[in-house]
Design a protein around this ligand. Structure first.
Ligand code: NAP
Length: 416
């Protein structure tokens, strides 16, 4: 029985289950989608056509997604009423049905919610933001060898300065906190300061690093890098690094080898079958991925560093228009556009749907429907190589044929 007020669950679909640590996906899984605001509807309609066509092509009708729309952002206001930016039943549905994909959402101005994306991550404890960044031939890039970058970033999603613990300059709570700290810890914070708290726990850091290492093992990646600013923020970022090494030592000592040990014990060569674990200071990693991208593979980062680094890395291979992402806990995953709503292009059928389409590729991999994901990836490569692209790429390429959002999707479908 459908217990939701405004969510219609398709009768022909089967609920995805999480049993004994494994996702159980039937041939007709119910997958939730949030269209998104601004350019969201244009992008979503194009992407959904690509997903359905790829599944049909890969499995000849044996598998089919049963889509169910859920609401957040401006569409939720229209369906649920005033201030209902993120209805409770949207969160409930994601908890129950496990997998969702979404377009970009407007960030409400004023009101109780700072950001719908941050709220979703916190309410569902989606502790890992996963962003693969790699090059698709033909994509305009500002660097000489964009093909050398092929990384997957795991960004901690629930802690750090993004935890939302902030106090406004001059407000009573900020003043009393400043007074408390200055008095009890012999510090000298200026009275007119705004205050933000940066909590980073062993629990939060270790589960993130563990997920990154598990991914590296499963996908036969060569190395994992812990990114941190521990030289300055020793007890938060520095601890993140220490906890990362600790979880590797405690749980993966059979397969992980640290950079120290490689130099001490193996003449600088990683032994066959081992995955290298290293760490880099946050500012240096921005240089490293530009100058020596091939040396990096899986990266595990605290929240703020990861936010900056994932966009910077995406810029090397074509920008946010085609950067996919996912926010995950152990059993729930939301795949999403990494860019915003680009409101000035809303309804113009103009924007690049690549970010949501490639997020779908990640989703298919998560579901174990790898063939559908591979078909899309190949078809998208072929489309970009043939210079059939949306405006954002066309303006940076010579000889490109600029097409609309929907036409780009159609081109991918015909290349499947
Ligand atoms: P934005 O929507 O990402 O757009 C900024 C610019 O990036 C666009 O004007 C466009 O550049 C380019 N762009 C973004 N997506 C593109 C795509 N798919 N294809 C091609 N170009 C693309 O950032 P914003 O204007 O700062 O934010 C607008 C709203 O989105 C805000 O409410 C913000 O809070 C929200 N937001 C949501 C998310 C999310 O839901 N994940 C993420 C970030 C921001 P040109 O103008 O150069 O063509």
């Amino acid at each position: 029985m459908n217990k939701f007020t405004n969510i219609s669950i398709p009768a022909e679909g089967t609920q995805i289950q999480f049993t004994d640590g494994n996702l159980v996906v039937a041939d007709n899984p119910i997958i939730l989608f949030i269209e998104g605001d601004g350019t969201g509807p244009d992008i979503w309609q194009a992407s959904k056509r690509v997903f359905d066509a790829a599944v049909e092509k890969a499995y000849g009708g044996k598998k089919k997604i049963a889509w169910a729309e859920i609401y957040a952002g401006e569409k939720a206001l229209a369906v649920y009423g005033e201030n209902q930016w993120l209805p409770d039943e949207t969160v409930e549905a994601i908890k129950q049905y496990k997998v969702a994909i979404k377009g970009p959402l407007t960030t409400p101005v004023g009101g109780g919610i700072r950001s719908l994306n941050v709220a979703l991550r916190q309410l569902l404890d989606l502790f890992a933001c996963v962003r693969p960044v790699k090059y698709y031939a033909g994509t305009p890039s500002p660097v000489k060898r964009p093909q050398d970058l092929d990384i997957v970033l795991f960004r901690e999603n629930t802690e750090d300065v993004y935890a939302g613990i902030e106090f406004k300059s001059g407000a009573d709570d900020a003043k009393s906190l400043i007074e408390y700290i200055n008095k009890n810890f012999n510090k000298n914070i200026r009275q007119d300061s705004g205050i933000g708290i940066k909590p980073m726990s062993a629990f939060g850091s270790k589960r993130l690093v563990k997920k990154a290492i598990e991914f590296a093992i499963e996908h036969k990646r060569k190395n994992v890098t812990l990114v941190h600013k521990g030289n300055i923020m020793k007890f938060t970022e520095g601890a993140f690094k220490e906890w990362g090494y600790e979880v590797a030592r405690d749980e993966f000592s059979d397969i992980i080898i640290t950079e120290d040990d490689v130099f001490k014990l193996h003449d600088g060569k990683v032994p066959e079958g081992k995955i290298l674990l290293k760490d880099r200071i946050a500012d240096s990693i921005f240089q490293q991925i530009l100058l020596r991208p091939a040396e990096y593979d899986v990266l595990a980062t605290p929240n703020l560093n990861g936010d900056y680094l994932s966009d910077a890395a995406a810029a090397q291979v074509g920008g946010l228009g085609i950067a996919p992402g996912a926010n995950m806990s152990y059993d729930v995953a939301i795949f999403e556009a990494t860019h915003g709503t680009a409101p000035k292009y809303a309804g113009l059928d103009k924007i690049n749907p690549g970010s949501v389409i490639l997020s779908g590729v990640m989703m298919f991999e998560f579901l174990g429907w790898t063939k559908a994901g591979q078909l899309i990836e190949k078809a998208m490569k072929k489309t970009i190589r043939s210079k059939v692209v949306t405006y954002d790429f066309a303006r940076l390429m010579t000889g490109a044929k600029e097409v609309k959002t929907s036409e780009f999707a159609s081109a991918i479908i015909s290349n499947l």
